[in-house]
Ligand binder design. Structure first.
Ligand SMILES: [Fe+2]
Length: 387
């Protein structure tokens, strides 16, 4: 068997790394950029040090801060207009997944004609986009190290992805200090998104040794630090584990794709307006339970990562402990409610399952899955993990 692992992105990692953004951008030969962000990042006041470094390095910039929580084609067009008027030669996205995905799309439209949705799919962007620099402010999506830009098409109620090797950032600046002001609820939800990325990559039918190593270590970091990051949000060591876990998980799933939790999370999130990390967190134990029989050798390792005692147990008994460990984690970080809380009703599930089953993430799920299975997973996830 042969494997490929490719990474066209320079990763600049560390506490305080964002304070060197200007210098790193200059190294890329850029001196005029569009800074893409959103209101949440502006209000959190975390741009100050980064902007100072741009000024000190002589990088001129315009700020586009109109990114919506679910970025749309209209937002991308407004950002592209500002990019053209300012004459920027690169795009720096500072924010969560929505911001980084918007920055990628704006960079694509900086060099390509037509509309962003002309390029839906993988490898459909014909002209090399402007250089993309991604600076995450949450530890979850991993968009700084993936080749997808995910945008909402509100007219169809769909999320569409534009992707390809040329859509990957040329540089990711990953600085745990930028996540220090994230409130516990967002830390919990985005952290669970990263955990689901790692776990779905590790158990994916496309898993290969390079991705497996990164996904495994991502789970270790998240298992040891997510509780702490939620409870003691200023703990910089926990924050560093979480943002590295999120990055490693992305480096893994970018190659392997994901599984049933993500296949369902996308249509459920759009229809019922459930934040991406939250809906993945709600689904995860039930997807694991469904998948156990297909990969018990993987799930017993997950149980061990979470510190479960599997001594003397059969492989399947040990594997089941991974589900218990994730339920305990969800209770500890305050994600105890199920899909019911978000007004998901059983009558709406066939429509969700019909959309989810078409996802490539179902193809890479370890256990073969049909629409009835997806409906049952959602029914199991209705009440959450309340005791
Ligand atoms: Fe995700």
């Amino acid at each position: 068997m042969t494997y490929t692992y490719k990474l066209p992105t320079e990763l600049f990692f560390g506490s305080g790394a964002a304070l060197r953004t200007g210098e790193k951008i200059k190294e890329l030969g850029l001196d005029k950029i569009l800074l893409v962000t959103d209101k949440g990042v502006l209000d959190a006041g975390i741009l100050g040090g980064l902007e100072k470094s741009l000024k000190e390095s002589g990088v001129s910039y315009a700020v586009f801060s109109e990114v919506e929580p679910e970025p749309t084609i209209q937002g991308v067009e407004a950002g592209t207009k500002m990019l053209g008027e300012f004459g920027a030669r690169g795009v720096v996205g500072v924010g969560g997944g929505s911001v980084m995905d918007s920055a990628k799309a704006i960079a694509v439209m900086g060099t390509n004609s037509g509309k962003i949705f002309d390029y839906v799919g993988f490898g459909k962007v014909p002209v090399q986009p402007l250089p993309i620099i991604a600076v995450p402010t949450t530890a979850g999506t991993g968009s700084e190290a993936t080749f997808w830009s995910v945008l909402a098409d509100k007219t169809q109620g769909l999320k569409l992805s534009v992707g390809g090797w040329n859509v990957m950032p040329v540089l990711a600046i990953v600085d745990s200090q930028l996540t220090e002001t994230l409130p516990p609820g967002i830390t919990a939800a985005t952290g669970m998104d990263a955990l689901v990325h790692a776990m779905e990559s590790y158990t994916s039918t496309n898993c290969q040794p390079i991705a497996e190593g990164m996904a495994f270590h991502a789970m270790k970091l998240i298992a040891r630090s997510l509780r702490q990051a939620v409870r003691h949000w200023k703990d910089i060591n926990a924050r560093e584990d979480m943002i590295m876990g999120s990055l490693l998980a992305a480096l893994a799933f970018n190659i392997t794709r994901l599984g049933n939790a993500h296949a369902l999370a996308i249509p459920l999130g759009i229809k019922y307006h459930i934040p991406h990390g939250t809906v993945n967190a709600i689904l995860l134990p039930w997807v694991m339970e469904f998948n156990l029989s297909a990969a018990p050798e993987k799930y017993i390792e997950i149980a061990k990562i979470f510190g479960e005692d599997v001594q003397g147990l059969t492989q399947m008994e040990g594997a089941k402990k991974s589900v218990k460990a994730v339920k305990d984690l969800l209770r500890d970080i305050g994600i105890t409610e199920g899909l019911k809380k978000w007004k998901v009703d059983e009558a709406g599930l066939p429509e969700i399952a019909a959309k989810a089953v078409k996802s490539d993430n179902v193809k890479s799920n370890p256990r073969k899955t049909n629409e009835a299975d997806l409906i049952q997973i959602c029914i199991n996830a209705m009440d959450g993990v309340k005791e």
